[in-house]
Write a protein that binds this ligand. Structure first.
Ligand code: AMP
Length: 137
């Protein structure tokens, strides 16, 4: 039997959330674990596993709400920046398998959230790599 994930349970009203926005296709609420003050999640009401497997039209609607929440975090909460993040598959750090976008307001640089992007380009054939991706888009 299909086991509902935690976001499906929130959407069904089976567990509570601090709701920020709702329409027929999209729900936004505060993340239970606030990386920074106002950290929000925007989810598709219909279950899709992640951003990569969500139909374009729904993905656009989720991203539209994420943009609006990010704008409010800057204007109203006084954030100086916002990270918009969506993890796809466990290898990327996705823990809840239900398409969601994190909207994380940033007040300063050292507040418990960081993404480190090392430069691992050495040995890579960038023209071949670019060609491989480009040909398959
Ligand atoms: P990810 O690791 O990208 O899959 O993010 C999942 C997020 O869901 C985490 O930041 C959790 O804190 C958040 N989360 C899990 N359960 C709940 C819940 N019941 N209400 C709100 N946020 C939740």
């Amino acid at each position: 039997m299909y086991e509902k994930d935690v976001f499906c349970k929130i959407i069904a009203g089976e567990i509570p959330c601090y709701k920020l926005y709702e329409d027929d296709e999209v729900l936004a609420f505060l993340d239970i674990s606030q990386v920074t003050k106002g950290h929000a999640l925007v989810v598709s009401k219909k279950h899709f596993d992640n951003f990569l497997t969500t139909p374009q039209e729904i993905m656009h609607k989720v991203m539209d709400v994420a943009q609006r929440i990010g704008q409010v975090q800057i204007k109203i909460l006084g954030a100086r920046g916002v990270n918009i993040l969506t993890n796809c598959y466990p290898a990327s750090g996705q823990t809840v398998v239900h398409f969601h976008v994190h909207v994380i307001p940033r007040y300063n640089e050292n507040e418990g959230f960081e993404i480190t992007m090392k430069n691992n380009s050495e040995g890579l054939n960038l023209p071949a790599l670019a060609g491989e991706i480009k040909e398959n888009l």
